[in-house]
Design a protein around this ligand. Structure first.
Ligand SMILES: Nc1ncnc2c1ncn2[C@@H]1O[C@H](COP(=O)(O)OP(=O)(O)OP(=O)(O)O)[C@@H](O)[C@H]1O
Ligand SMILES: [Mg+2]
Length: 266
């Protein structure tokens, strides 16, 4: 047993790719049993952070603990306790959803009868419906995400990592996935850590939000705290709050500046 109060903790966590510092001295704590949204624009360092936390990418500096275990020193302990929905989903196209879930369950060391007992409820929960016995290559984007989520949940993880889980998912499927995640947090005390660049998701769905910009953690907290930090009117759009917090220069009075500032064609 591990009695760390944190689901995730990082200390100066850093990852370089040659001259690019993708994640720069990240110090972050995420308590257990919350939905944590990791927000940031494209290239901010979200996926790199997740990949270090789940143990697929070694940090170049710093440390991280997941479920209280050191991701470098105790990777097996970490893997036992986490579920992962990667950005690329990583599903085998020629398996059915049921076969894919079984495969992942077995890789986690579950026995087949145990897996088979869990699958119908999981399929119902995610409304995977009658396509669950068809090959994955025939699935829509929403079904692919739901299948990846079912795979990530089969071993009932304590902490669920999801990289852009709602990308290309329609509003109905998004609603269904959110409801499943919310129930997992309420009923099992699961921690959900997901990345997104969609600001609206933060306001209504997340208990806490971290904003990463150019590899650095720009702000962390619940939305009312972030709003207060930004010192903007209470009804200011969340987008403006984030822009203020990251100190980003949009530099554009007009969204067409890129066009009007272009050199004239000769
Ligand atoms: N394997 C790699 N090799 C070189 N550079 C990389 C690699 N992976 C990421 N980077 C760089 O690190 C930075 C952060 O990338 P990352 O994928 O973590 O961003 P992200 O926040 O997930 O972006 P997105 O919203 O587009 O998914 C970017 O500048 C990216 O080009
Ligand atoms: Mg990414």
């Amino acid at each position: 047993m591990n009695d760390s109060p944190y689901a995730i903790q990082t200390q100066s966590l850093t990852r370089r790719f040659d001259e690019v510092v993708a994640v720069n001295q990240l110090n972050l704590t995420v308590p257990r049993g919350v939905i944590f949204g990791f927000l940031g624009p494209n290239g901010a360092g979200k996926s790199t952070t997740i990949n270090m936390l789940i143990g697929v990418l070694p940090p170049t500096q710093g440390k991280a603990w997941v479920a209280g275990f050191d991701v470098r020193e105790q990777p097996i302990e970490v893997k036992r306790r986490i579920g992962v929905v990667p950005e690329s989903l990583g599903l085998y196209q020629r398996l059915t959803a049921v076969e894919q879930i079984e495969l992942v369950g077995r890789l986690h060391g579950l026995r087949v009868p145990e897996i088979r007992a869990r699958i119908p409820a999981l399929l119902d929960l995610l409304e995977l419906g009658d396509k669950a016995d068809k090959m994955i290559l025939d699935y829509s984007q929403g079904m692919l995400k739901k299948t990846a989520l079912a795979c990530a949940l089969i071993h009932a993880p304590d902490i669920l990592f999801m990289d852009e889980p709602f990308e290309s998912v329609d509003p109905i499927s998004t609603k269904a996935i959110k409801a499943v995640l919310r129930d997992m947090v309420r009923q099992r005390g699961t921690t959900v850590f997901f990345s997104t660049h969609v600001m609206e998701l933060a306001e209504r769905f997340c208990d806490q939000v971290g904003i990463i910009h150019q590899g650095k953690l720009a702000a962390v907290g619940d939305i009312p705290t972030l709003r207060a930090q930004a010192e903007l009117p209470p009804d200011a759009p969340l987008e403006d709050v984030f822009v203020r917090l990251v100190g980003a220069e949009t530099g554009a009075e007009s969204g067409l500046n890129w066009l009007t500032n272009a050199p004239a064609q000769s």
